[in-house]
Design a protein. Structure first.
Length: 348
């Protein structure tokens, strides 16, 4: 039996690269060779703390690009061997109240590759029938490498967040977090014609990399008071739009203290278990007419648009990527945790 390498998550803090059989496929499934797979912040949280939807031992990884190797006998001919694909992990039910209305990002019963089905931190991955029928799988545009194509998944989430914002009266913005999401949001806001964009992070290395995308101001939250600095930059008005793109509970309060009257706050990053309930002045929201917007996952068209933007060079992901062979998975994880890099992408 042929074997492959896979990273096996065995519990919080416990994961190893092991050999295992290359999975077999049913007549309704596809076997795909993984060409690149990104390490998401949610992967890091699962590796460290576990996840309620993941029962170890398991293979994680959901920002995936690859090439079809084998298609089952009953698979639609459009999924043919040799096709280069980028995929997002979400598989919608297609039948719930929100799916029937075309609001797939609100699906009540969605499942994910890397949770319901084994993920992409492996040489090969199986795309089951449900994923082929209701998942988000798109051909990689000609000329686009597999590594940047894998980042269409986080970019899709950013596009969804931007879609939720009313940009008509937005003249300034702040992004808390200069990781991959922060850098992608920064570029999307620039593409919308916004010139005044502040980026905040406690890590100087990440802030330095983010300079490639030309923020108006950078704030190192480890040695500056972010709220005071934002108020100083804006002459005590605050910014019109804020994205909380980091899982730090304190940022939510800082956002509320930094937003202008009539401003919009997009809660992009989820908070750690047990830390999601924070003190909140609802009167400020009321009297200052602030919009609070939650943003999670995306719809299929966001992933298609993400691939187009990366393929046509409207969003640049190369500067935030650090590549590692899959056998150096632990090194990539440690580099990401330490903040020495922004985005680890593994090449099996």
């Amino acid at each position: 039996m042929e074997e492959m390498h896979a990273v096996i998550y065995k519990g919080p803090g416990d994961y190893t690269l092991e050999k295992m059989p290359i999975p077999s496929i049913s007549d309704n499934a596809v076997l795909m060779k993984v060409d690149a797979v990104g390490l998401c912040g949610s992967d890091l949280r699962t590796l460290k703390f576990g996840h309620r939807k993941v029962t170890p031992p398991y293979v994680l990884g959901h920002e995936i690009s690859g090439t079809i190797q084998v298609s089952g006998a009953l698979v639609d001919p459009r999924w043919s061997p040799g096709m280069r694909l980028a995929l997002a992990p979400v598989v919608y039910c297609g039948t719930c109240h929100f799916c029937r209305r075309g609001q797939f990002e609100l699906c009540q019963h969605y499942r994910e590759i890397g949770q319901t089905w084994p993920g992409g931190f492996a040489d090969y991955i199986v795309l089951p029938q449900d994923a082929l029928q209701h998942g988000i799988i798109n051909p990689i545009p000609p000329g686009l490498d597999a590594v940047p194509a894998a980042l269409a998944e986080p970019l899709a989430a950013c596009l969804h967040a931007i879609d939720l914002v009313d940009l008509r009266n937005v003249h300034s913005a702040a992004i808390f977090g200069s990781g991959a999401i922060g850098c992608l949001l920064l570029q999307l806001l620039r593409n919308q014609g916004l010139h005044s964009i502040i980026i905040i992070d406690p890590n100087e290395t990440r802030l330095h990399i983010a300079q490639h995308f030309q923020p108006s101001h950078s704030i190192n939250a480890s040695n500056e008071n972010a709220v005071e600095r934002i108020q100083s930059i804006t002459n005590d008005v605050g910014v019109d739009l804020i994205f909380t793109a980091t899982a730090a509970p304190v940022v939510q309060q800082q956002a509320l203290e930094s937003i202008s009257k009539g401003g919009q706050i997009v809660v992009f990053a989820g908070l750690p278990k047990g830390q999601s309930v924070i003190p909140f002045d609802l009167n400020k929201v009321h009297y200052d007419c602030i919009r609070l917007i939650g943003s999670s996952i995306y719809a299929p068209h966001h992933h298609q648009e993400a691939l187009r933007l990366i393929g046509e060079g409207h969003v640049h992901v190369e500067r935030i990527i650090s590549t590692y062979p899959l056998i150096e998975f632990r090194q990539g994880v440690q580099a990401a945790i330490s903040g020495k890099i922004i985005k680890a992408v593994f090449i099996p």
